[in-house]
Write a protein that binds this ligand. Structure first.
Ligand code: ADP
Ligand code: ADP
Length: 220
């Protein structure tokens, strides 16, 4: 069954229609690219899935349940929404230890995710001095802490150099190969076509195309 189900979401911000009947499903064991121009409603959809924004209509389910009713939600879905939200005076290590502690996880788990995202060399430095690429890695480490079967990453390629882009592709592929559901957004098809198995293409708050990458690229 679908790891994430989004069904008929509608959402306005004052006069702006952010979501206009957004519906799609995300399957486990593959990378689903969520692609569309800026303003198409990708972030709002992810925020609604996580219960950070309320939809006016429709519903979103994670593992068949609303996010708000999940037991230990951070062990069910990990998310990277905005990598800029960091306390500048703290090190990445303090940040992750605090997050681990608040989820009842050990410091050993912090070491594992730090290794996984390649931050070991800089883990003691203050986050204030981090580049955007390092903040992205730290945000991904935070999303992975609870070892969740579902991951949602909003524009994780932003601010990464070519080496970082290759790295994140490999990471997303390996997370999907482990059987996880991975939903990853971008405003650039070029960032997703070599990364995703499946694409959900959106514009103006709704789905325009929903198909396998090979099928979609053959059609265009
Ligand atoms: P995307 O992630 O695809 O760039 P968003 O979900 O961020 O799109 O935005 C969808 C639309 O909703 C845009 O027109 C955006 O300006 C608007 N929007 C998003 N969040 C807010 C907000 N908090 N207040 C007002 N408008 C918003
Ligand atoms: P309280 O429940 O007492 O308000 P919090 O649970 O918010 O405290 O925070 C506990 C400790 O973790 C505090 O020392 C706080 O400064 C620190 N802390 C809060 N948010 C973060 C964060 N995102 N990263 C690292 N440390 C944090």
């Amino acid at each position: 069954r679908a790891a994430i189900e989004v069904n008929g979401l509608r959402k306005r911000f004052g006069p702006t229609v952010a979501l206009d009947g957004m519906s799609f499903a995300v399957a486990p064991g593959r990378v689903t690219g969520f692609v569309g121009p800026n303003g198409a409603g990708k972030s709002t959809t992810m925020r609604v899935i996580l219960g950070l924004d309320a939809a006016d209509e429709g519903h979103a389910l994670v593992g068949g349940r609303p996010y708000g009713s999940l037991r230990r939600p951070l062990s069910q879905v990990g998310a990277l929404l905005d990598a800029s939200a960091l306390q500048p005076s703290r090190s990445a290590r303090d940040h992750l230890r605090w997050l681990a502690h608040s989820q009842g996880l050990t410091a050993g788990r912090v070491d594992e995710v730090v290794e996984q995202v390649g931050l070991r060399a800089v883990i003691r430095r203050r986050a204030g001095g981090y580049s955007l690429g390092m903040r992205q890695r730290l945000g991904i480490a935070a999303a992975l802490l609870g070892d969740p079967p579902v991951l949602m990453l909003d524009e994780p390629f932003n601010g990464l150099d070519p080496e970082g882009i290759v790295w994140i592709r490999g990471l997303l592929r390996s997370l999907a190969a482990e059987g996880r559901a991975v939903l990853v957004s971008s405003h650039l098809m070029s960032e997703l076509q070599d990364t995703a198995d499946h694409l959900v293409v959106v514009g103006r708050g709704r789905v325009i195309a929903d198909a396998g990458v090979a099928e979609l690229l053959a059609a265009t």
